[in-house]
Design a protein around this ligand. Sequence first.
Ligand code: UD1
Ligand code: UDP
Length: 375
Amino acid sequence: MRDNPLVLHVLGARPNFVKAAPVVNALADRGVRQGIVHTGQHYDALMSDVFFSDLGLPEPIANLGVGSGTHARQTAALLTGLEDVMLEHAPTLVVVYGDVNSTLAAILVCAKLRIPTAHVEAGLRSFDREMPEEVNRVVTDALSDLLFATSPEALSHLASEGADPAKVHLVGNPMIDSLFSVLPSLDPAPVQERLGVSGRYAVATLHRPANVDDPASARELVDAVLKVAAQVPVVVPLHPRGRQRLADAGLVDGPTMKIVEPLGYVDFLSLVRGSALVVTDSGGVQEETTMLGIPCLTIRPNTERPITVTHGTNRLVTPASLPAAASKALADGAATPSGELPPLWDGKAGPRIAGVIAAWLRGDNLSPAARGTVS
Ligand code: UD1
Ligand code: UDP
C-alpha cells in the first residue's frame, strides 16, 4: 500500500462532470483520498456549476479559470495551471475523462512529471483527425497508465495502437451510471411547462466545430433543422459555441422552434425523456438516447460511438438526409437493431473503475482475469 495515496480528477468541460461523478462517488465509498481540479474550460453556471449540484460532486480543490481561447492558447493556459497544481499536490494518480482539451493537457503535464494517470473512456476513435477531440483521444491513450474502456470496440483500437493489454480494463460506461442515478427524478412535465413545450416535440443540440464554426456549414445545418421544425416543434438548448453564427444562419425563435439556454443535467435529460426525437452532434447524447430508447439522429459523417448505432437508437445523417430521416424516425419510433443494449452499460462502471484504481493503489498485480471485475 502506498502511503496515504491521493487521487486527483481533472475536469474542465460539461461532459467531464457527468463521466466523473460515478467514479468520484465510488472512490469515496472506498475511503480513497481524492480531489477535483476544475480547469475552468467551461465556466458559465449552466455549463459547469449546475452539474456539480445536479450530480452531487464535491467542491473542486482548485479552479484554474483557464476560460476560452484558441486551441494553443487554451492548452497553454491548461498546461501551466495544471503543472502548478500537480507540483503542489503531488498526486499518486490523476484521472482524466473523455477527449476535451483539459484531458489532453492533464495527460501531457503528468507524463512529463512522471505522475501516473488513468483515462476514463479510452479507445474511442472516429478515425477523423479533423475533429480536435480525435487528436486528444490518441495522445491521451498513448500516455495513460490505466485505460478504462466503455465499449468492446475500444479494446481493438487500443490493441492496434500498441497499448499494453495489462493497462486496459473494459468497465462499462460511467455516463450511463450518472443517467441511472437521476433516472427516477427525470420528470418531463416541469421543464416542458417552464419552456412552454407541450405535445410531441424534438430536442436538438448543436456544437461541433465542423457544424457550427463555418457560416456555410451552419446555414446548411440550420436549413435542415428548420425542415424538421416543419414536422414537429424543435427545442434547442443551445451550447454557447456558435450561438451567434447559428442565429445569423436563421436559427431563431419561431412558432415551431424554441431556442433556450443550455439546460442543467436533470432538466436536459427530463426534456429528452419526454421527446419523440433527438437531433444532435454531441457524443454523450448519442449514448443517453440509446439508453432512454429515444430515436437519435446524429448530424456527423462518423461517430466514435458506433455501438450506439449497432446496439442503440442512433443513426448518422447529413444535413441533406436529416429531414427525411426525422420523418421516418417520428413515424417508426426507436429501434435497436441488435435488440441488445451495449454490454456493461448497467450503472456499475464507477464501482468497477474504483475497484481497479483501489487495487492499483494497493500495488496489486492486476491479472487479465481480474480486469474489469475487480471489486
Ligand atoms: C468542448 C470540447 C468538446 C466537447 C464540448 C462539450 C475541446 C477541444 N472541445 O468544446 O469536445 O464536446 O466542450 O460541451 O475541448 N463558451 C462559453 N461559456 C462556457 C464555455 C464556452 O461562452 O462556459 C464559449 C466560448 O465562446 C468558447 C466556446 O464556447 O470560445 C468554445 O468553448 P471550448 O471549451 O473551447 O470548446 P467547446 O466547443 O465547448
Ligand atoms: N447536456 C446538458 N444540457 C444541455 C445539453 C447537454 O446537461 O443543454 C448534457 C448531456 O445530457 C450529456 C452532456 O451534457 O450528459 C454532453 O455534453 P456535450 O454534448 O456538451 O459534449 P460531448 O458529449 O459532445 O463531448
